[in-house]
Design a protein around this ligand. Structure first.
Ligand code: MN
Length: 194
């Protein structure tokens, strides 16, 4: 079974000016594609050849796990971006966020602080535990909270390749723009609402 690079649900320039066409072309067309290609070559002839990405992420180690997670993480990241999306959660998800962080703005501030403070390359997640409690989780490199039994709800890629062409070293500015293109409809769909 060959893993495929999922098409984006929008044109490469659809997120401008928050994220440029050039960044999307490299990030999706080159980086994301490379993780998918690497994974396909690495799993050939192994016990993971016919397994889902989620299975590989939770069961493999080393390069196979890293490339599977990078393939999954990028799909999850790109899927929730939209310029015309819902800018704030409502309903159960909004209530749960407010219950934990006091306000939506309080959550945005904590999440942004966590993403800014992640040392080196990685991903900052909002994830739900088995009890339905929400957590902001920083993962280095290809980390994915699925490995620890969490249900991921949203993620920001803070590898430099996600923002360097547009923001150079200004990660905080990239994080600020992220909130202007994050579609909470997608995040609400992922939330179990336990
Ligand atoms: Mn990336």
């Amino acid at each position: 079974m060959k893993h495929l690079l999922p098409e984006l649900g929008y044109n490469a320039d659809a997120l401008e000016p928050a994220i440029s066409r050039t960044t999307i072309e490299f990030h999706h067309g080159k980086h994301h594609q490379a993780y998918v290609n690497n994974l396909n070559s690495l799993i050939e002839g192994t016990e993971y050849e016919e397994k889902s990405l989620e299975y590989i992420i939770c069961n493999a180690n080393g390069s196979i796990c890293n490339n599977a997670a990078q393939a999954w993480n990028h799909t999850f990241y790109f899927e929730a971006l939209s310029k015309d999306g819902k800018r704030k959660p409502t309903g159960r998800l909004a209530e749960t966020i407010i219950g934990k962080w006091g306000s939506f703005e309080g959550f945005v501030s904590e999440f942004s602080k966590s993403a800014s403070g992640l040392f080196g390359s990685g991903w900052t997640w909002l994830a739900e535990d088995a009890m339905g409690e929400l957590h902001i989780i920083n993962e280095q490199n290809a980390g994915n909270p699925l490995r620890n039994g969490y249900r991921p709800l949203l993620v920001i890629d803070v590898w430099e390749h996600a923002y360097y062409l547009d923001y150079q070293n200004r990660r905080a500015d990239y994080i600020k723009s992220f909130w202007e293109i994050l579609d909470w409809t997608v995040v609400e769909r992922r939330f179990s609402g336990k």
